[in-house]
Design a binder for this molecule. Sequence first.
Ligand code: SF4
Length: 442
Amino acid sequence: MSDSVSDSTPNSASNRENERDDRPVALPLVVLPLNAQRYSCHGCGNCCRDFTVQLRPADLRKLESQAWAEKLGMPVTVEFRGVTYLRQRDDGACVFLMDDGLCRIHKEYGFAEKPIACQMFPFVPVPDDRRTRVGLSFACQSVRENKGAELRSHTAEIDRMTRAIPETRIATYTAMLADAMGAKEGELDTLSYAVDAYLARGDLTFRDRFDGLAWVAASLGRAKLADVRATRFRELVSLLFSALPAELEHLPLEAALPKQSRLLRQAVYARLEDVQVNTAKSRGRWRTVLAQLFASRAFTRGKGRVPAVARGLLNEASFDQIAQVPILSESPDRDGIEDLFVRYARATIVGGRAWGAGYYGWPAVRGFQALVLNIACAAWLARALAAARGHEHVLMEDARDALGRIDRHAGRAPWLGSVGERLRLEYFRLDDGLRRIVRSSI
Ligand code: SF4
């Protein structure tokens, strides 16, 4: 993996100018340096449905000057709990989404006049103490399908967009290795490079790649890292990855324990939960909370029909049917699904979205474990989608849609960064939980 600084790095002359002006110096930009990943927008409009778009003051000024309320005969923003969002129609689509799947603001005023969050998607800028990494959201269809231009061709545009969101180019985050343990120089890069290099290994089976990842994540969680810093941390990471995949054969595992399966389904529900501002407003707070509680309990129990979630995504499926869908490694589309999952995991790690400012400010070890949990959730959901669609095996479309749903909320939904989610991860550290839930679906 090359981690080169992109073209948009401010040159030294402009840095000096900034220093003279006392303006903060923009962090250098590192656009996801993965040659295996491409992206261009193909205008499918999927990101304009069911996404809540939070607006900044500059967005509100633009929308007002474009006079949309008069043109459309209705307000185009909505306030909810003190935050202003783009308004959505009853079916969850943005009010500006047209029948041809294109954005009306874009059509009438151009790309740069859209709210900045809409311009930025699917790029995710993640500042740390030295640079702003730019990751990619796999909620985007073109990203999942790996269609489009080389990522570095978007650098100038990303530079322009991130400068409109100054906090994405300022070093405000203190890198943490584990709870209450700041990272030493090079430790987090060591971990990123090692995970990426391991995932890139073509000689491993689909299962071994992710089982191995779960084993390393759990092993780092158990290690007394305070005694293993800097060079010794590098040695530990190297030792763990060099033990793979042989170590997995020495530590065979039975199926996931019932409580682990329950917690996995609960984690999937937490990632599907998607209460729209419209729905929450019309239902009222208590009815919304009760509906969530009911659905969460049904996922935890795992019996009977799957409750209505995410606009009927899993309608017609029962938990028994989902359990009967073969694991992803047995899919006839296995190679494509493996490529998708590996690209996702590499892009998340290398793009800085696994920890720190990219994932609820979490320290690296816990963020790494959360990535493994997200992968297990995506694999379970892919089997659930196959069951809901009457497929005998998980097909490519099931895997793509599942990963898109799981990544849609990652790093954005506050409840996924909560104490409840932390406790869930703590539990998966026991009895080889992370490994078992990965192996139960991949
Ligand atoms: S989901 Fe991706 S490809 Fe589709 S409209 Fe949004 S950015 Fe474009």
